[in-house]
Structure formats: C-alpha cells, structure tokens
Design a protein around this ligand. Structure first.
Ligand code: 0A1
Ligand code: ZN
Length: 870
C-alpha cells in the first residue's frame, strides 16, 4: 500500500453529523476464502442535505440498487475508497452487492482467514474492507446477519447478538442467521466461521437471567480457556457490584484467533481475542500471561457498557471508551489481586510507555485533534493516561460522587455515540463541580512536572509548617504553551513511627500553591502523591533519609515502593552518567542506605511477596533514559546491571534464603495472586543473584530449568541462563525449542528470549532467526516477539554504534509494512526515544527514519515516521 500524494489529515474541528440514518441493516454473507460475496440491505432515511457517501476499500462492487432498481454505472461514483450517490430519495432501501478476498487479506483488518477460519476485525476502520457502508462510529443501526458457508469446513457460524435461525442448504452448505437488537456502529460488527472446540459455562445476572457463556478455540485448546472463563465470570459479577452494570444479550461468546493485530476486540456479544490473551495453562503460560488474560477478558467484557451501549461520536473520542474501560479493568484487577501491587504495576507500565510517549515526538493529547490513520492512536496516552484521568476524577470528587456521575452517564447516554464533554457533564451534574479546567487534561499533551519543596527550618515560634507545590507542563509538538491543570495531590506527614496526621487531599488548580500543616517537633518526611494520585513527574526535595523513612513507615504501600524507586532512580542516573564518561560508578552512602532498606523490606513478614518482588525491581531503563537524556543507552543498561550487582552483593544471603523459601512445596500449580507472588519473588531473587555472575546463580537457574513444572519457573530460568551466557545457553535454547516447537504461544516466547540475547555474532544471529522456517512473517505475535523483542529488549545489539541494529529494524518495519501497515507502524514506535540518545545514535536513527520515509511506506508508517522525525 504505497502513497504518493501527501495524505490529508482528519480533524476534530471538521466533524459533521452523517446525513442519513440507517434504521435497519441486513447482511448476507456467502463465505468463500477467495471470493466472499456480501449483499447488504439498508433502510435509509435522509437527515441532512448532500450526497450519500459510503466507505469501501480493497473490495469489488458488483451492483447497487435503490428500492429494487439497479443503478446504471453513470448514476454513482466510485473512487479508491468511496461509493458516492449524488442523488437519492429521502426514504429508500439500498441494496449493495460486493466481493472481497479474505485469504489475500494480510492486513488482518476487515474479513480475513486465520488458521483456515474466517474472522473479522473492524475497529477502527476495517468494516470498509468488508462492504460499502458509512464506516464511522456515530452511524448506528440494528444488524441482522446471514452467513452461508460450506458445512464441513466451517461447521460453526457466528455473528453478533442472538442466533435466530439455522439450517442446511444444498451443495453441502449451511447457514445461520444472527440478530443483534442493540444499536451499534459497524466497528462492533463481527463474524466468525470455522471448526472450533467449545468451552461452555453460564452466569446468572443480578436480575436472575441465566446467560450461556461460550469460548470457541482451535480444536484441542478448550482446557486452556478455563482461566479465561473463570475470569469472565468474575468480571461479570464485579461489573454488577462496582458499577451496577448487567449483561444484556441472551449469550456471550469469545473466539480465540492466532493472527490478530492487537490484544482483543469487544465486538457486541462476540469478543475476538488474540489467542495469546486467552489461552493458558500451567505448563505453557507464565503468571504474567494469566494476569493479562484476567485483565483483558475483563476489559473486553466491560466494553459492553463503556464502548458498546455508549459508543464514541468520532474516533477523537476514543479515550471515552478506552480510558474508562482501562480504569475499570485496573480496578477489577486491584480487587482480584491486591490494590497496592496492582497500582504499582500500572504505574510502572505508565512510566515506561506513556511517559516516554508524552515526552517525545509522538506526544499527543488524550483527545487528539487530528490524525492520518486512526489505528496509530491506539496509544498508551489514550488508554493508560486516559485511565489516569478517570482515576483523578474519582480522587477529586470522592467515591460516592464518582459513582453517582457514572450512574448518570449510563442512564443519560445509553444507546448514543457520545463525546468527552457529554461524559464530564454527567459528573458536573452529580457533583456541581465545574469541569472546565479538568477538560484541559484531555486537550493538553505532555506530562506535568510537579515540584514539591518543604520549608525545613521554620523560625520559632511556629504553629505550622509549609509545603509548596509548583506545576509546569513542558511544550509538546504543536503545543508550545500550557495552562495549569487540576491536580489532586494526596499527601501526609510521616514520622519515625508512622503517620503524624490524617492523609490530606490538596486539589491544586493554579501554577503554584502553598499548603500548611501543624508543627511537629519530631523529624518527619512528607509522603506526596500517595497512590500516585496524578500522572505527573514528581520533583521532590526529599533527602535520602526522608526516602528511607518513607520506605519503612509510609502507610501508603504505593509510596513505600515509590520511595525506593526514587532512591534507585537517583543512583541509576549517577551511575549511567559515570559509565558514559568512562568511569566506574562509586559506592556511596545513598547506595548503602538503599540496599539496607531493601533488606529490611525483604525480611519484613508483614509485606506480601508480590510487593517485595516489586520493591526489589529497580526503575526501567526507559525511566532512567528519560531523566538522564541525552545519553548512551548502553550506559543506562549497564547502570542497571551495576545496581543489581550492588544489591546482590549486599543482600546475597537474604536473597538466597528467600529464593529457597519461595520454592513451591505443594506441587500443585495455582495461578492465584498469592502463588504468583511467591514465584515473582523467587524469580526476582534469582535475577538479582545472577547479576553477581558467580557460579551460584548459574547452578540455581540450571536446576530450576531442569525441574520446572510450570512455564513461569521454566522461562525465568531460561532468561537467567541467557543473560549469564556460557555453555548451557545454546543447549538450553535448543532443548526448549525442541520441547515446544508445536505450541505457537510458547514458541513466541522462545523467539523473544532469542531476540533479546547479546549474541556473540551480533545482528547476524538476529537475521538468522528471521530466516528460520518457524519464523512466521505474517503472524503479528511472532513478529512482535522477534522484532519488538529486539528493539525494546536488546539494548546492546539494537543500539550498536555501527548502526546494524537500527538498519535491521528499519528493514523489518518496511517488510512488515508491505503486508500489515498497522502492525508495522506500531513496531516503529521503538524509535520514539531517539532524541534521548547520544548525538551519534541520534544521527543513525535519523538516517533510518529518512530511509523509511523515502521508501514511500503506507499512510500508517508514514505518519509515525514523519512525526517521530519531527
Ligand atoms: N478496542 C480494542 C482495541 C483494538 C483496536 C483495534 C484492533 O484492530 C486493529 C483490535 C483491537 C480494545 O481496546 O481492546
Ligand atoms: Zn479497549
């Protein structure tokens, strides 16, 4: 898909409502892998002036009829992506027949074939690859779908809603008719046909309706869907409790497919999942996989209300459904797995991905104002920062007011395609608060910096002391000036034996504010942004002594963890700068204090294991890179290794004792939070011990690999061995491959471990991987494992100064772009940090970006490459 003329962006300011309503939609699919015929019948009513414009891409038009009369070729216009009827009656029936070729569809948008099964992906603008239709979220209709297919090859025929009819047809074919009574836009349409195994269960809703739950998977995979089913049932119950939301259709279905561009899709009543986010068992999936499955199953289910019952007016409002739904899935996971641990994981991910995006060339507001390809805006900013905004809304208004606002939202906007303004108006009605300033969070890109300063030596007599807060949001592309945003700041004074006051909530609305608190004579520290109450970068004057005190005494578990992270971040930045200058990092008192405090946490029985594992994990390289930029990324990577080594040297015995204590004694695998926490702490201890490069870690890892009875332990051991290098690595990698070569999801793990290794022959090893027969260039999971793993996880080879890593990566992006532009553009996101790198690497990346642009890539890749290039 090459583009010549400069493509024109779509702008929020240009939004106009569609000029027709479609009261009823009927589709008739005659499935054939090479030539699927689609007939549509649309009951149209004009609501505004102008021609009827329908979207259509990469499909063949066969005929158009109005009220039963076939139109002559001169009566309509057909462009590359539109079907235009200049004149139509005000009320009429439109019949269209078109053809598409699902087996040739490598974009995985629209109707395509995966593993011999038909499936669809229509969000955001994929429906236009199925047939001509107004492919925009504010055109909603009631859909009835007939599917006709060969009965032997495609015994299961599914679409949205409820099945109302089925039967056999001559010639070995059969059909099914599905009806979805709820209004929906075409991006929520889904169709699936093929041979599946089925896992069944049911859920009784709060009003007593029994809903059959069905998960369709490749033959043989049904047992691996059990955890997803269990998660679904818990999610359904949770949404009733937490938001009063009941399921509405007569059945709920999920289908797993192996070739899928993203994680999963919330099609009404028929969710379609990337199999990597649905299938799991102890032997083949890690605890992280189980955790992700639980959260994504919930996420897609929660979309039934936040996304489907209330959808988006236009794609600029994407955060309306995504931000709210991510918030809901995070809250669900917090309830299932522990609030503090969940919050820490969410914030780690936010900092590594969203903060990187918000502080680089791809920064954009949570509600963007223009795009070339909307697929490029399924970003961490829209999802994760979007969720943070909802969390702040709740922190600011309080739990009860927040629930009242969300009840009003579901009530007032049900069945509509809504905007962020309409969403916030519901909370305004509930609380009486003005939402004007809060709206800035949706309009301004960039991460605000919040500076906190404490007046430490007040002159006597004093009755109170003061903390000062200042906020600044740095300029981002296209937005040089920023206004103050509303920041809810939770804070508390903490003494040697715990808190000295109740937690406070300061709602900051101006650029700076001073807050006073009672005078305490005993030494104390201020715990700021408890629970990470706002998505900002905190610049605090806390001393090492303050941070150590908070690590030990803050009643807010998030900030206990955060204090350790702040200490570690400061150390890592110093180490990285020293290493870049060719010097050895020095041990210093802060490092000793940090290690000591880690030891205290590690040995404190009141903390759970998952929390300890997170405390023992230092900030990501991305965080350090952002703070120390511009810098040599390999120095940042090595700084991390130095710090791990220092911690391991200081705590060797404790780590070893803990490693042994965390070993499973029951022999029965459970994916629950408690068991997963034990395994996480064990893996963390092993990883730290391996930083000392002594024989102990190698032998622990070898034993663990030989005796593992679950993938979490097996993979952790393999990764440790691969970092340690040495003889066992090659044979272990080969054995792992031989053991798992028939399990695609495990083979993806093998590819990703291989892609992150510091191979002796450098990029050649990576190139060889891309040439092995088991590398599937069309499968997004496999490509992400190799190319994504390499660019995001192989610091040494990706950033090698001879430019070989960047060149290989750019070649892979262009190669993928020729088949799947949306996945290619997402991969290219790895270059977004280029301005944080040292000048020599900046020049190398710039040259690759220029090469990509010169190659006339797809719109998707062009947009990301040009914006990244700046
Ligand atoms: N709405 C989905 C995300 C999604 C977007 C695009 C897709 O295909 C190109 C697939 C899924 C979600 O939030 O889960
Ligand atoms: Zn979503």
């Amino acid at each position: 898909m090459r583009t010549d003329a400069a493509p024109t962006p779509t702008r929020l300011a240009d939004y106009t409502p569609y000029n027709f309503e479609i009261s009823e939609t009927r589709f008739d699919f005659r499935l054939d892998p090479k030539a699927t015929r689609v007939r549509s019948l649309l009951k149209m009513k004009r609501t505004g002036p102008g021609p009827l414009v329908l979207d259509g891409e990469a499909i063949d038009l066969v005929s158009v009829e109005i009220d039963g009369r076939q139109l002559k070729r001169s009566e309509y216009r057909l462009t590359q992506d539109k079907l235009i009827l200049e004149e139509t009656p005000d009320v009429f029936t439109l019949n269209i027949e078109s053809k598409c070729n699902p087996s040739a569809n490598t974009t995985l948008m629209g109707l395509y074939v995966s593993g011999g099964r038909f499936c669809t992906q229509c969000e955001a603008e994929g429906f236009r690859r199925i047939t001509y239709f107004p492919d925009r979220p504010d055109v909603m209709s009631v859909f009835t779908v007939l599917i006709d297919a060969d009965k032997t090859a495609y015994p299961t025929l599914l679409a949205n809603g409820n099945k109302i009819e089925e039967g056999d047809i001559d010639g070995g074919r059969h059909y099914a008719v599905w009806h979805d009574p709820f209004l929906k836009p075409c991006y929520l349409f889904a169709l699936v046909a093929g041979e599946f195994d089925l896992l069944e269960d049911s859920f009784t809703t709060m009003s007593g309706r029994s809903i059959p739950l069905e998960i369709f998977v490749d033959p043989g995979d049904a047992p691996k869907a059990a955890y997803a089913m269990d998660s679904l049932i818990r999610a359904m119950a949770w949404d009733e409790r937490a938001f009063g939301r009941e399921y509405d259709l007569d059945r709920f279905m999920i289908v797993a497919v192996r070739d899928f561009n993203f994680g999963a899709m919330e099609n009404k009543g028929l969710n379609i999942f990337n199999s990597s986010l649905l299938l799991a068992d102890a032997e083949t999936a890690t605890d992280m996989n189980f955790e992700r499955i639980e959260s994504v199953v919930a996420h897609e289910y929660f979309h039934n209300w936040t996304g489907n019952r209330i959808t988006c007016r236009d794609w600029f409002q994407l955060c309306l459904k995504e931000g709210f739904t991510v918030f809901r899935d995070q809250e669900f996971s917090a309830d299932q797995r522990g609030a503090a641990v969940q919050r820490i994981k969410d914030v780690r991910a936010l900092r590594a991905r969203q903060f990187a995006e918000d502080n680089g060339p791809l920064a954009h507001p949570v509600r963007p104002t223009e795009y070339l390809k909307i697929d490029n805006f399924y970003t961490a900013t829209i999802y994760e920062k979007g969720a943070e905004l909802i969390r702040m809304l709740k922190a600011w208004l309080g739990e009860d007011m927040f629930r009242k606002g969300s009840d009003i939202y579901f009530d007032r906007l049900d069945g509509t395609a809504a905007t962020i303004e309409q969403f916030l108006a519901c909370f305004e009605t509930a609380s009486g608060e003005d939402m004007g300033q809060f709206m800035r969070w949706y309009e301004q890109a960039g991460t605000p910096r919040l500076t906190v300063r404490r007046r430490r030596t007040p002159t006597k007599p004093v009755i109170s002391q003061v903390v000062s807060f200042k906020q600044v949001t740095p300029p981002t592309p296209g937005q040089p000036k920023k206004a103050a945003v509303l920041i809810p700041i939770r804070w508390q004074a903490i003494g040697e034996n715990g808190p000295l006051m109740e937690p406070q909530l300061t709602v900051m609305t101006t650029k700076s504010t001073d807050v006073s608190y009672p005078r305490f004579d005993e030494p104390h520290s201020i715990s700021v942004l408890q629970g990470f109450s706002a998505p900002v970068i905190l610049n605090s004057d806390a001393t090492t002594a303050d941070l150590v005190r908070l690590m030990g005494n803050d009643p807010d578990a998030f900030n206990r963890w955060e204090a350790g992270q702040t200490l570690a971040r400061r150390l890592l930045v110093d180490f990285a700068k020293a290493l870049e200058a060719g010097k050895m990092p020095k041990t210093n008192p802060a490092l000793r204090d940090y290690c000591k405090a880690l030891g205290t946490t590690l040995n404190d029985p009141q903390f759970d294991n998952a929390f300890k594992a997170l405390v023992l994990t230092s900030p990501s390289s991305m965080e350090v890179l952002m703070e120390a930029a511009p810098i040599d990324p390999i120095a940042v990577h090595e700084a991390g290794q130095w710090l791990s080594r220092a911690v391991a040297d200081a705590l060797r015995d404790d780590l070893l004792v803990t490693y042994k204590a965390m070993r499973d004694k029951t022999g029965v695998f459970s994916p629950d939070a408690e068991a997963a926490g034990r395994r996480a702490l064990k893996s963390r201890c092993l990883a730290l011990l391996s930083a000392r490069f002594d024989p102990l870690a190698a032998s622990l890892a070898s034993n663990q690999l030989d005796n593992a009875t679950n993938m979490t332990d097996e993979l952790a051991a393999l990764i440790t061995l691969s970092r340690l290098g040495g003889q066992r690595v090659e044979s272990s990698m080969e054995a792992f491959f031989a053991k798992w070569k028939d399990q695609p999801l495990v083979l993806d793990k093998w590819f990703s471990v291989q892609s992150m290794r510091d191979h002796a022959d450098g990029i050649h090893a990576i190139t060889r991987l891309a040439e092995t027969p088991s590398y599937e260039r069309n499968n997004p999971n496999r490509v992400r494992a190799l190319v994504g793993g390499f660019s995001m996880g192989n610091t040494k080879l990706f950033h090698k100064l001879d430019g070989s890593g960047y060149r290989f990566f750019a070649d892979q992006v262009l190669d993928m772009d020729s088949r799947n532009p949306s996945v290619a553009a997402r991969l290219l996101g790895a270059f977004e940090i280029w301005r944080k790198l040292d000048p020599r690497r900046q020049a190398l990346v710039q040259a690759e970006l220029d090469r990509i642009i010169a190659a006339k890539p797809s719109k998707n890749v062009l947009e990301i490459a040009e914006r990244t290039r700046g």
